[in-house]
Every structure is written in C-alpha cells, then in structure tokens.
Design a protein around this ligand. Structure first.
Ligand SMILES: [Zn+2]
Length: 490
C-alpha cells in the first residue's frame, strides 16, 4: 500500500529532525484538450501527469523534490530533506507555519458525465455542432475548444492529515473572427460559466446545457455581425455595466491579485509585481463603496477553485476580505500569515485562508486565488439596472488588458459594447475600452444586482510564481454598475 509507505517515510523525516513534511501524490492527473477550427481538428492533446512531491521544513527552511516513479519515493524524500538541510544554512527568514485543524477526509467534486469515460468521437461531434452553428460567410474563421481535467490527489503530512481529493473540470469556449467595415479584425467569443445550484454537477452535461453553453453560438454569431457594422465607441464619461466575463477580469486583476498576501509581502516583485495594499491597510482601508462585499472562498460549489483542501492540508473556507467596502482580510496560507503578523507586530490574520496550491505534483505550493466572489446586492435584475441608467455602456468579453504593476490602475478593451440611453439599450458599439484607478473604480460601484444576476465565471489561465504555475479558479459575480467611468476606443 502506497499510503503506508508514505506514512512511514513521513515518520522517518520527522526522526531526522524535520519540523514538518508533506507528501502530495497525484495518482491520476488527466488532461484532454480538443480544439476544432473551421470544422477541422486544430489541436488535440492528452496527458496523464502522475507523480508526487515531497516538501520538508527543516530548521526554518523548505526543501522540495518530486518524482514520477513510485519506486523512488524514499530517494525523493531523502533529496527533499538534504535540500532543506542545505537551505537552512543560508536562511534570512525562518519559515513558521500557523496551526491548522487536522483532517482525515475525502473530497470529491460533484461529478456528472465524466468526459474521460466518453468516446472521443462523441466529444468531437459535440464540438463540431457548435463549430457548424458559428459558420457565416463574413467570418474569417471560427472554432470551439474544450479542455477537461481530472485528478486524484493523496495528501499526507507529519501533523497527521490524510486527505484524498477527486476533482473534475470542464472548460469549453467558442469564438468567431471577422473583418469589420474598416478592415479591422473583430471577434466574439464565449467562455462557459458554471452552474452552482446544489443539484448541478461538473461534466459533459455542462457543454450540452443550452443555458451554460450549447445555446450560445447563434447569439455569438449575431453579436459579431452587429459589431462589424457598428459605430466606434466615442470617448466619454458615463455609467459602466461590465458583463460577467469583464467583471471576472476586473475582480481577478484589481481585487484578486492585489490581495494575495505573498504579493503584499513582496514575494512576486521580480516577476508579476506587487500590490498597492500594505499590512497597515487591513481593518482601515476603504477599498470600495459600501456596496462592495468580496470573499476568497474555497467552498463555492462546482468550481475549479474549490478543491476541498489546499496543498497545506487546510480545509476550504469562506474568507470575507472586503465588508461594505472595508478591507478586512486577503488570500492567505499558513506560512504567509505568520510572517505578516510578525512584520505587522499585531495579529491581522488569525488562521490560514486555505489558499495555498500547486499547479502540479512537481511544483511547490504558493498562495493562489480560489474563488474571488462578490456578493449580490439589492438593486434588482439586469433589466432594472439598465432601466435606471440614463447614459451608460454595457461591455462584454476581454479583448486586451493591461494592469499597473502594483494593481493600482488598469486599462481594458472589450469585444462588444451596448450603448444605454434613457434606460434602454440603444445600439451596439465597436472597439469599446475603459480605464481607471483600482480604488477609485471600486468606490464608484453604485448598483449591485440581486441573486438572479450572480454567475460563476471559470478562469483557467491565471499565471503566478517562478517557475510559472498556471492555476484554475473562478469568480462568482453579480451584475454591477459603476458611476462616471472613462470609456473610449483605444
Ligand atoms: Zn491571474
């Protein structure tokens, strides 16, 4: 039994003086991607990335090593131990892990129709139908892509945690490109959202679902045709209603990345930048208007950001980061909260937020977003918000984005915009962009839609760390309106 071997090894590491050690074994790590373009297979990829990583803490220093071969478990653990021992000779700051509750538990996504049990031909047929529906004589190309990830991870540590995780992710999107009336390239695309009702599941049924995915090609096609002949968005200051895909990007870049504790402590400076937030801001800073309530949640149903337990073995929990606009907490792990509390000279963080994850068995876990969600409000439905908007712009789907290195400002371009005049959608606009200063922007949040507008957007391309790790997560967001935003076309 591999479990017994792992437990014995952890006891050995402890006997050799390890303060802490864990072994994370990906016994199954399947990835499949199917990409059809213009009715032909553009890309197909299948991988099983099995393996294990051993992390050892010795005299305040980490050592990590990973391997694929189960016969080399002991040798791998020995190397991780030796790395920790050598690192401990050159330490600047000792790593201390905050306490955690110990679990012996099994977690599983709510798995529906498992794509790995379905014939490849059937999956290709499903995507072909989407591809066919997107066809139009004015389009230069169109496509449909789906990726599936299925994992079984065993996690054991020297504190007694024994965790088994089974997760499934389904990530489809569709797109079409065409030249507009001025010869410029325009696109419309659509990323599937995830259904979070308790009876919903994760599986191929999500792709077949009309609302989630299968019913969208006709809309995408019609919207692109409208963009091609639409007037250019003029530069102006007006109310802004970002669609769910834009709100996901906005939340991701200006709340999520700004509130990663390792970034706040300076650990990402040489790569992905810092944060305008510092330790003094917790409990004091007004991050946004009093309509803003934001969470880092590990418990959102059917989300790639909910994996039961993080890679520190901390059970997923829901952390209220911003309450009525006030900054209270952030995205945390066992290691970083101890360091932050020490640096601040006060207890800002009482427990790990369970947000430490590794991309794969061969990466060291770091602080990652789980589900950065915004609470719904009491300003009604999308229709109510539009009918209360005198001069506004509704925008959807990121086309390009740039963000200040401390997440202090941003500039986003979108695939499509709808001009709102006197409470009604007036017409489609081309090349819409908007920009702002992060804090000022969240302070201008003046309407938040009710629960009927709340939707979980999946994100499968979040990059962080050196070496870079790509993480999967989600953003649960309602329809929001922002007052007096600078919009334009560049
Ligand atoms: Zn990211």
């Amino acid at each position: 039994m591999i479990e017994n071997e792992i437990k014995n090894l952890l006891n050995d590491l402890k006997a050799q003086g390890a303060e802490y050690a864990d072994i994370r074994y990906h016994t199954l790590d399947l990835h499949e991607q199917i990409h059809l373009q213009d009715g032909l297979m553009k890309n197909y990829n299948f991988q099983d990335k099995k393996g294990y990583g051993v992390r050892v803490l010795y005299k305040g220093a980490w050592g990590f090593f990973s391997n694929e071969d189960p016969k080399l478990l002991k040798e791998t653990a020995d190397i991780a131990m030796r790395k920790a021992q050598s690192a401990s000779l050159f330490l600047q700051n000792s790593v201390k892990l905050a306490p955690k509750d110990i679990y012996k538990e099994r977690f599983s996504s709510n798995i529906g129709e498992d794509p790995f049990q379905v014939n490849l031909k059937d999956k290709i047929e499903l995507l072909s139908k989407i591809n066919e529906s997107l066809k139009h004589e004015r389009f230069t190309f169109r496509g449909a892509n789906a990726s599936f990830n299925k994992r079984t991870i065993l996690y054991f540590d020297t504190e007694g945690a024994e965790i088994e995780k089974h997760t499934l992710e389904v990530n489809p999107y569709m797109y079409a490109y065409a030249k507009d009336k001025d010869g410029l390239t325009q696109s419309r695309s659509y990323l599937m959202y995830q259904n979070t009702t308790p009876d919903a599941s994760v599986g191929l049924e999500n792709i077949r679902d009309e609302k989630q995915f299968f019913g969208h090609p006709e809309r995408i096609k019609n919207e692109l045709l409208q963009v091609l002949d639409a007037p250019i968005q003029e530069e102006e200051i007006c109310s802004l209603i970002p669609g769910h895909e834009m709100m996901a990007l906005q939340t991701h870049e200006t709340i999520g990345h700004a509130l990663e504790l390792d970034r706040i402590l300076g650990y990402e400076l040489s790569y992905a930048g810092g944060s305008h937030v510092d330790l003094d801001d917790f409990g004091k800073l007004n991050f946004g208007s009093n309509k803003l309530n934001a969470h880092a949640s590990g418990t959102t149903l059917n989300s790639p950001g909910s994996v039961g337990f993080d890679d520190d073995g901390v059970k997923g929990l829901d952390v209220l980061m911003i309450e009525k606009g006030k900054l209270k907490n952030c995205i945390t792990s066992r290691q970083m909260i101890t360091e932050a509390n020490e640096k601040a000279g006060r207890e800002i963080f009482s427990e790990s937020g369970g947000a430490c994850r590794a991309q794969s068995y061969n990466n060291l876990p770091i602080e990652r977003m789980n589900n950065i969600n915004i609470d719904s409000g009491d300003d009604g439905t999308l229709e109510d918000i539009i009918s209360n908007t005198e001069n506004g712009l509704m925008l959807e789907t990121p086309k390009s984005w740039s963000i200040g290195s401390n997440r202090e400002n941003f500039h986003f371009a979108c695939e499509i915009g709808w001009k709102i005049l006197d409470g009604k959608i007036s017409h489609v606009v081309r090349n819409p962009t908007y920009k702002g200063d992060s804090l000022k922007f969240w302070h201008s949040l003046d309407m938040v839609g009710d629960s009927s507008t709340w939707q979980l957007q999946q994100v499968f391309n979040c990059g962080k760390g050196q070496p870079n790790q790509i993480m999967h997560l989600a953003h649960g967001i309602p329809t929001c309106r922002f007052d007096s935003i600078e919009v334009g076309n560049k």
